[in-house]
Design a protein around this ligand. Structure first.
Ligand code: FAD
Length: 498
């Protein structure tokens, strides 16, 4: 409590989950302080400036923007006074080794027609799959995403009961690949839809077909680009927090979350302890227990769940413009199954990986010098299991350059002007993500949703958890949603303030 009796809440970590949770706590009346180990806010939503090129270091695809807008609305502010975004007309440019090039138009009819024109797969089937995807989302979003899965009252509400009675429709008993194979005849179309498993770091050959909700987010609800780049999302939420009186401390790792009997008491820093009535950890759930809560019994089963995949990213400043590339580009592997077998079973990297290139300068020209493009070039890789990453990086770099040059029919090496690299070891060291996983636990298991850590502690009153490694899962929208759930769980202390 501060001098005027207002309860204090501390958020450990200024990732997008922590920033969002801080807003929700402030709106509930708490005095809020966010304590971050790094010198910047945003966590994985960082920025890189490299010889005149600007890159978003982590996420590049923005879906469900209304979840971010809702933070501003909860604080009675206009989101457009803080940041803005535009809907993409063409979401992704897909390239295949056989020369096929599919444009994923946001407009469903155009996309379905494009698939039919390029592959012969019927437009009607494409639209049917997206309708099914919408149905899955309607069935699951309320139960699995927007509420705590771990509170009895969630299950006692009428709308939840209705959803649960229909859960047999979730298509959870076969893999995403099996479902897509049964839907489509053309392997290129199966591959295109299988790719959505990677949106939460999973394997389409293991993950349940329930993950077919993801295309709905992209096609039916839209893919967006924030003006100025993805980092603007974190920056806008940070500036909202400043306006609401939230305090932020940077370059300050929290060493321990303090508890006494079954009550949270605050946090310990290197040379100080800060008392608080509520503590929310935005740090990955594994180091949260292993480092910050060493004195408590850890939920071993949860912490031992398989982690999601990681990524190897080359930030390349390119001295050329490519008219046939868009904001999001995919160069598919010729053997997707082999690629995923390498990632998940062999814990290695396939010699023909699927390459994703994000070029924000297509919409934000100041991100690259005139006549150039900023290529965020990424492949999916396993999480860190002690592989020889230096060797993998060296080999993958050549494989990627060969592949992209082959498909674009341009020797990309000639236009490379600068380079920076992010890989599983540095993802872990920069954001404390256990094993460098991008999305916490993988969703390969049918029961993964139930095995994620809840947003509250069952042992300690006043202790909560947010961000991509806990319920409802990884990615920007779900990390932001975890903040909404924590906000719903904490006591409303506005009367104390009033
Ligand atoms: P983080 O961003 O990891 O933040 C946690 C913060 O806690 C960090 O700043 C860390 O320094 C801090 N911290 C940890 N321990 C302590 C401590 N002891 N004391 C103080 N501070 C501490 N998502 C999408 O939606 N779309 C995408 O296109 C997408 N692509 C991605 C690509 C890459 C390369 C990566 C890395 C991620 C991607 N993601 C994407 C996933 C998304 O970035 C994450 O799910 C999300 O940003 C997680 O946010 P968070 O708040 O949980 O955690």
């Amino acid at each position: 409590m501060n001098h005027s009796g207002v309860p204090k809440a501390i958020v450990v970590g200024a990732g997008i989950g922590g920033l969002a949770t801080a807003i929700r706590l402030r709106v509930k009346g708490y005095e809020v302080e966010v304590i971050e180990a790094n010198s910047h806010h945003g966590g994985k939503l960082a920025e890189i400036d490299l010889e005149g090129y600007r890159f978003d270091a982590g996420p590049s695809l923005f879906t469900l923007p209304l979840e971010v807008d809702a933070l501003f609305e909860a604080a009675n502010k206009n989101p457009r006074d803080y940041f803005d975004y535009e809907k993409l007309d063409i979401i992704t440019h897909y390239f295949y080794e056989d020369g096929t090039n599919i444009l994923a138009y946001a407009d469903l009819d155009s996309f379905a027609r494009e698939v039919e024109d390029k592959t012969g797969e019927s437009a009607r089937k494409v639209k049917k799959l997206l309708k099914k995807s919408e149905g899955l989302y309607d069935l699951t979003s309320h139960v699995f995403l927007e509420n705590s899965l771990h509170k009895l009252d969630t299950y006692l509400r009428m709308d939840t009961i209705k959803s649960i009675l229909q859960l047999y429709k979730l298509d959870a008993l076969r893999s995403m690949d099996k479902a897509n194979q049964s839907f489509f005849d053309d392997p290129r179309v199966v591959q295109l839809f299988n790719r959505y498993a990677t949106y939460n770091g999973s394997d389409p050959y293991q993950a349940p077909a329930t993950l077919n909700i993801i295309p709905h987010l992209e096609f039916n609800m839209g893919a967006y680009f924030p003006k100025g780049g993805i980092y603007q999302i974190a920056d806008a939420v940070y500036r909202l927090g400043l306006d609401l009186g939230i305090k932020y401390r940077f370059d300050t790792p929290v060493e321990q979350i303090l508890t006494e009997e079954s009550q949270v008491k605050g946090v310990k820093l290197a040379e100080e302890t800060i008392p608080a009535q509520v503590v929310v950890s935005n740090a990955d759930i594994v180091p949260t227990y292993r480092k910050l809560l060493k004195h408590l019994p850890a939920p071993e089963k949860t912490l031992e769940q398989p982690r999601s995949s990681s990524a190897l990213i080359f930030y390349w400043g390119i001295e050329k413009e490519f008219a046939n590339l868009g904001v999001h580009n995919i160069f598919f592997s010729e053997d997707y199954k082999a690629e995923f077998e390498h990632i998940w079973q062999k814990k290695s990297v396939y010699h023909d990986p699927t390459v994703y290139i994000h070029i924000s300068s297509k919409l934000n020209p100041s991100d690259a010098p005139q006549g150039g493009e900023n290529w965020f070039t990424m492949i999916n890789v396993p999480h860190d299991a002690g592989q020889d990453w230096d060797q993998i990086i060296k080999e993958s770099r050549e494989h990627i350059l060969d592949k992209v040059s082959r498909i674009l029919k341009v020797n990309v090496r000639e236009y490379l002007r600068c380079e920076q690299i992010l890989e599983p070891r540095t993802i872990q060291s920069r954001t404390s993500s256990y094993l460098g996983a991008l999305y916490g636990n993988s969703s390969n298991n049918t029961f993964a949703a139930f095995l994620r850590h809840p947003n509250f502690s069952t042992q300690i009153k006043g202790l909560y958890f947010c961000g991509g490694s806990v319920h409802p899962g990884g990615g920007i929208p779900l990390s932001v949603l975890s903040g909404r759930i924590v906000g719903d769980l904490v006591d409303d202390v506005r009367e104390v303030v009033g």
